[in-house]
Design a protein around this ligand. Structure first.
Ligand SMILES: [Ca+2]
Ligand SMILES: [Ca+2]
Ligand SMILES: [Ca+2]
Ligand SMILES: [Ca+2]
Length: 416
């Protein structure tokens, strides 16, 4: 067991000799946590300040303090204390202690068990530590968040080794009230699991947790076709600008197919976590590459069997381990239906035609796009050959005046 050193120190007598005569009216000095609440995520580092606060309207000097600090070690890992005056000048609301630390032994034999004991001793001559109404910054406690949930960091009146939390004055203790525990809400914002499930779809599964998650899809910088893309998964599996927050279990395994999800493209996917509809933390990213155009069983080859799988899918038969997302190639925003257009696209791909849709980050079409369009003009409702599909700007398989208008707009961006 520790001796209650602050009581037995000679400095008490020294201070007494200095202050006797002026005899300050000792008010209580309370101990508080600052901030009282904070939000963090697993893997993040936090600091919580211990404040000594005067409990009446006047500042109160004291000689030292000791504190038993407890926390939930399954959610927070203690990293140490940080004396704000250790390096450089002291902040205005802090104090240069003659010594502050975690004495060896007892509570501090283990720093991982959720209980430690702090001692802080004032100087032997003025200035003495003084609790103001706003609070004296005693020291910071540093933690790493290691488990999700609500974690509390508390001041305990006494420890399992018999030490107590108190503020020492001259003569009687000046310990005021011990403030409530600091509440640390730890969010789990783990990296989602992702997989390519086609040339037009990815599957995203956020890590289970208690915090709502939005799913951010970005194109990787190495891929110029998608490098400008940064969008959130919407409830319908499309991408949009607004983050949609749901619990992981509500998302489940989310199939994401969109105009911006194109073949053989490299995407970076992260969970964006937060409460109240705001992003507070981002998970680490995970990379995924969609299947090559027309390969509907993900084996990297484009063979006759790929055509046959799409044909079977159009008949409602999903064989060879395929599912709908694998086979849904068309239109440019895939429609969740396997029909003649998907068959036409896999056949065109098999014949060597490239992916017929404009990449989300493609350069604006040049004058050649206008010439291509004129050469490919088929008229309303008349399907064009695969080689002309890039001129089908509105994705209805013909090349007509609507497509012409679309290209025209790219040359006149100010037109509404
Ligand atoms: Ca301990
Ligand atoms: Ca294949
Ligand atoms: Ca389709
Ligand atoms: Ca068209």
């Amino acid at each position: 067991m520790y001796s209650r050193r602050t009581n037995s120190l000679p400095l008490v007598a020294v201070l007494g000799a200095i202050l006797v005569g002026g005899v300050p009216a000792w008010g209580g000095v309370g101990l508080r946590w600052q901030p009282p609440q904070q939000l963090t995520a697993v893997g993040e580092f936090i600091e919580i300040a211990l404040m000594a606060v005067s409990e009446d309207s006047a500042s109160e000097s004291f000689t030292g303090l000791q504190a038993v600090v407890t926390w939930d070690p399954t959610k927070l890992s203690f990293l140490g204390i940080r004396d704000p005056c250790e390096a450089g000048p002291c902040p205005a609301n802090a104090y240069r202690w003659s010594s502050i630390g975690l004495p060896t032994g007892g509570e501090n034999d283990s720093l991982d068990d959720g209980e430690i004991f702090l001692t802080a001793f004032g100087q032997f001559s003025p200035p003495f530590p003084t609790a103001t109404v706003d609070g004296l910054l005693v020291v910071y406690f540093r933690f790493e968040a290691v488990g999700a949930g609500l974690a509390e960091v508390a001041l305990a009146p006494s420890s399992s080794f018999g030490n107590t939390t108190k503020v020492s004055g001259i003569g009687p203790s000046v310990t005021g009230t011990l403030g409530p525990p600091a509440e640390v809400t730890v969010i789990g914002c783990g990296t989602p699991t992702v997989a390519a499930i086609g040339s037009r779809y990815v599957a995203i599964t956020p890590e289970a947790g208690v915090t709502p998650v939005a799913l951010l899809v970005e194109g990787e910088a190495i891929d110029p076709d998608v490098d400008c893309l940064s969008a959130f998964v919407q409830l319908d599996g499309r991408l949009g600008a607004t983050p949609v927050f749901r619990l992981a279990e509500a998302w489940g395994v989310m199939s994401v197919g969109d105009r911006s999800i194109i073949p053989s493209a490299v995407y970076s996917i992260r969970s964006a976590c937060g409460v109240g509809g705001e992003i507070q933390f981002m998970s680490d990213p995970v990379s995924v590459t969609t299947w090559r155009w027309g390969d509907v069983n993900g084996n990297g080859d484009l063979l006759f069997e790929d055509i046959s799988l799409v044909f079977n899918g159009s008949q409602g038969i999903f064989n060879g381990g395929t599912m709908l997302e694998n086979l849904d190639l068309s239109p440019c925003t895939p429609d969740g239906v396997i029909d003649d257009n998907d068959i036409a696209d896999v056949q065109a791909a098999f014949s060597g035609n490239p992916f017929p849709c404009v990449a989300p980050c493609a350069d604006a079409p040049g004058l050649s796009a206008l010439a291509d369009l004129v050469a490919c003009m088929s008229g309303p409702g008349i399907d064009v050959a695969p080689a002309c599909r890039l001129s089908d700007r509105d994705d209805d398989r013909d090349v007509d005046q609507c497509d012409f208008a679309d290209v025209q707009l790219t040359f006149s961006p100010s037109v509404p």
